[in-house]
Design a binder for this molecule. Structure first.
Ligand code: G16
Length: 542
């Protein structure tokens, strides 16, 4: 039976950088999730017989919201749903399933790297038929609809045990519960030379992976242990937990600290890696080295031809605007185009669909290619392994060779977290207002050569996205970027990104904090950070 249920709209269901992310307590309000899910079906349609892919990263509320998605999907006339067993799908695996099975889209339940559990965060995201996050036009429509919703349609379903695979007929909707790992593992085998990676790993090369109690545990065990022969003991924190074991599933030096410490031990493994809550981000480390995500993008692009799928070369590279310009030099060297997009993976979709780019990446630890339409943590780790298998040198050596060839981009992101939204807005408005006078000014000896607000003109569909961050260019290949985070769930976070290119090999081993010290001071001065926020130091530097 289908019931039409009366509801009241909420005014805060505007998707951010990547879907709707809020505190669990917000999603627990009566009708909150239901309203948003109904709004998705009204705006994105119900597929006319094509499947809908559904799954999440297993965090607290995953199962409850999956039951709601299924009931509302059936209530709206979706005919076919592919659900990951146990409600589990990593974000890149969901993207692959949408593409592989011709789905009209997917609903992914995740707040990515944000913490989980009753006090943590939750999120709902719609991905379109190309497998990628919905574009701004569609998320705008969903938001508009959510502001005036009055009813949602829900079928009364007798749900099977979702921990077992199988095919079920539920009120006229076919529900297929599928192995969440199999199709993804098969895709990875098609892209990479598993034979070469196996022989590298069998040669005494040691590898440790941290799944951070998040979604990639089962994927890592199947791919690294079962298919590539890694000792399962080297796959750490591999059991997904609703609260990520009380941790913060963000693969960085703060939240994957044990791994970072291990990699600087005397008997460190050769290669270390981690991924985040929903499996789309990655952290790459070698013995005694952390690879900066922007460098990782550039290195992967420069070496991609060593993996079978990219043997014929890459069509182009895309990076988000705040990501360091390291990839630009690779694109120049390879003679392929470089696209600079706003932050958010959704902006890469058109470029990938049109075949203009093959490799994409962001400073926020996301890298990916045209194999899916999401960033992909395990893909990045496997591409590193494939490159290491071909080159048979250390991670440190690969990074050093890269800097010697292209120069080094010293890079850091300074986050000022927990600001009042008004404070952060006031800072940006004042900064925006000061742009015309900035050009030519000297700040602490650094001369501003340009200052602008970043607008993106999508070369494929002609859409324009304005106010995507402020760029201040400084003499001598340096750049400061400011923007507000679009993924937080409380207050505002100001991000200040620092990028400085250096081509003198004698300076490559300088500590990034020291190499960027002058630029950081100038950045704080230009944006008057202390005046607007009272902060003299960032909350986190990554
Ligand atoms: C999401 C998007 C990424 C983006 C990141 C930026 O990452 O998918 O494309 O780079 O947000 O976050 P912010 O707006 O906070 O700077 P994820 O991994 O959270 O889905």
């Amino acid at each position: 039976m289908i019931r039409e249920i009366q509801t009241q709209p909420f005014d805060d269901q505007k998707p951010g950088t990547s879907g709707l992310r809020k505190r669990v307590s917000v999603f627990e309000r009566p009708n909150y999730a239901e309203n948003f899910i109904q709004s998705i079906f009204v705006c994105a349609g119900t597929g006319e017989g094509k499947p809908l892919v559904v799954g999440g990263d297993g965090r607290y509320l995953n199962r409850e919201v999956i039951a709601k998605v299924l009931a509302i999907a059936a209530g709206n006339g979706v005919e076919h749903v592919l659900l990951g067993q146990g409600g589990i799908l990593s974000t890149p695996a969901a993207s692959n399933l949408i593409r592989k099975y011709g789905a009209f889209g997917g609903i992914i339940l995740s707040a990515s790297h944000n913490p989980g559990g009753p006090e943590g965060d939750f999120g709902i995201k719609f991905n379109s038929a190309n497998g990628g996050p919905a574009n701004e036009r569609l998320t705008g429509q969903i938001f508009e609809f959510s502001k005036s919703i009055t009813t949602y349609r829900m079928a009364e379903l007798d749900l099977p045990d979702i921990d077992q695979t199988g095919s079920f007929d539920l009120a006229g909707m076919r529900l297929e519960i599928i192995d969440p790992v199999a199709d993804y593992a098969e895709l990875m085998e098609e892209i990479f030379d598993f034979g070469a990676i196996r022989s590298l790993l069998a040669s005494g090369f040691s590898f440790v992976f941290d799944a951070m109690h998040a979604v990639t545990g089962p994927y890592a065990l199947e791919i690294f242990a079962n298919r590539l022969g890694v000792d399962p003991k080297a796959i750490r924190n591999a059991v997904p937990q609703e609260d990520f074991g009380g941790g913060h599933p963000d693969p960085n030096l703060i939240h994957a600290r044990w791994l970072a410490e291990l990699m600087f031990d005397d008997d460190a493994p050769d290669f270390g890696a981690a991924s985040d809550g929903d499996g789309d981000r990655n952290l790459i480390l070698g013995k005694g080295i952390v690879v900066n995500p922007s460098d990782s993008l550039a290195i992967l692009a420069a070496n991609a031809h060593l993996a079978p799928r990219y043997r014929g070369g890459i069509a182009g590279i895309a990076r988000s605007m705040p990501t360091s310009a390291a990839a630009d030099r690779v694109a120049e060297g390879l003679g392929v185009p470089l696209y600079e997009t706003p932050t958010g993976w959704k902006f890469f979709g058109n470029l990938l669909d049109e075949g203009r780019v093959t490799i994409c990446g962001e400073e926020s630890a996301g890298t990916g290619s045209d194999h899916v339409r999401e960033k992909d943590g395990l893909w990045a780790i496997l591409l590193w392994l494939n490159i290491l298998a071909e080159r048979r040198v250390s991670v440190q050596q690969i990074v050093a060779d890269h800097w010697n060839r292209f120069g080094r981009n010293f890079y850091a992101r300074h986050d000022f977290e927990g600001l009042e939204a008004e404070q952060a807005q006031a800072l940006l408005i004042a900064l925006q207002g000061s742009l015309p006078e900035l050009r030519g000014r000297s700040i602490g000896g650094l001369v501003v050569t340009g200052a602008e607000s970043f607008s993106y003109h999508d070369p494929v569909d002609g859409s324009v996205s304005e106010n995507q961050g402020i760029i201040v260019r400084i003499d001598g290949d340096r750049r400061i970027v400011y923007r507000l985070s679009g993924t937080g769930t409380s207050g505002a976070t100001l991000r200040m990104y620092l990028d400085r290119w250096e081509n003198d090999a004698l300076l490559f081993n300088e500590e990034p904090g020291a190499a960027l010290a002058e630029l950081a001071l100038a950045g704080a001065e230009i944006a008057q950070i202390e005046k607007h926020t009272g902060r003299t130091v960032p909350s986190v530097i990554t």
